[in-house]
Design a protein around this ligand. Structure first.
Ligand code: PAF
Length: 286
């Protein structure tokens, strides 16, 4: 069996043993229901440190819809099995009470970066993420923590949080894992019908095509969002939450001042009521 702990005391005791032995530790935070995308983060983590800890906790504070929290997929035994096969050293799976005792009263809000896109559509979501990630990093104190670029806005928020609060952990983004048709792997994909899956696979195509056109200058940065929305409509997406072109570092709106710096194209749509997000890099060719 893979070693699993549930308490801060136990995870810290193990981390201390490894640090005392001069071993470095990478942490991979997840909400479980692990798929190949998570496993690619684990593999990345293994190249970065001597020891890998995977954290599994479905964080209620980041679900703005309680039904979404109740229905979030949970496969703990399968997860443990997969992580064992990947050679993970430790699973940290705290209980709800361990993370949020009854008298828990702190909320961490990172302003600016959280106020648009996911933040606008999912009120309170990023406070829940910032609060739990801050708590987790302080509990474990790894040398490095790996987050997927699939949740790009989350990654930018965590970088900001760690910078602002001077938490001594390196934050590393790992590339989004895609299926053979480019669909970004997500725990929510399992809820799609065969038809829905076919539709979902068109999202990355729109993003990659538009990113290439903006990079070449065939679509201007000013027109990119409207053009992207039209393309999504033309490809059969009826429920588009946003498609936005932003600066890659702080996710600011693209203007004359920053349009020659790396950009990111991000979108969220619903297919069969399931939220799908994706994003791609836009590196302008001057
Ligand atoms: O990306 C996730 O799975 C979650 O948002 C995280 C970072 C584990 C915090 O709950």
């Amino acid at each position: 069996m893979i070693k699993e702990v549930q308490t801060v005391m136990d995870v810290r005791a193990q981390v201390k043993l490894w640090h005392d032995a001069h071993q470095t530790i990478a942490l991979v935070p997840t909400m479980g229901a692990l798929h190949e995308g998570h496993l690619s983060l684990v593999r990345h983590a293994k190249t970065k440190a001597d020891r890998v800890i995977v954290y599994i906790f479905v964080n209620p504070k980041q679900f703005n819809d309680p039904k979404d929290y109740d229905h979030y997929p949970r496969n703990h035994l399968d997860d443990l099995d997969r992580l064992k096969r990947e050679g993970v050293d430790l699973v940290y799976a705290p209980t709800l009470l361990q993370m949020y005792p009854d008298d828990f009263a702190t909320n961490i809000h990172v302003s600016g970066i959280t106020e648009h896109m996911e933040g606008a559509v999912r009120p309170g979501h990023f406070d829940g993420v910032a609060t739990v990630v801050c708590k987790l990093l302080l509990q474990v104190m790894p040398d490095i923590a790996i987050f997927g670029e699939k949740d790009y806005q989350q990654l930018c928020l965590i970088r900001q949080l760690v910078r602002d609060l001077t938490i001594p952990v390196e934050i590393e983004g790992a590339a989004t894992m895609r299926d053979e048709d480019g669909l970004a792997l997500s725990s929510r994909n399992v809820f799609l019908s065969a038809q829905g899956l076919k539709q979902a696979k068109r999202l990355n195509k729109v993003l990659f095509d538009l990113a290439a056109q903006v990079a070449k200058g065939d679509v201007s940065t000013e027109n990119a969002q409207n053009y992207g929305r039209d393309q999504l409509n033309a490809m059969g997406f009826q429920d588009i939450e946003y498609i936005e072109l932003r600066s890659a570092d702080h996710l600011q709106e693209v203007s004359n001042d920053n349009q020659n710096k790396p950009m990111r194209l991000l979108a969220a749509v619903r297919v069969e009521g399931i939220r799908l997000i994706d994003n791609v890099a836009v590196d302008k060719i001057n």
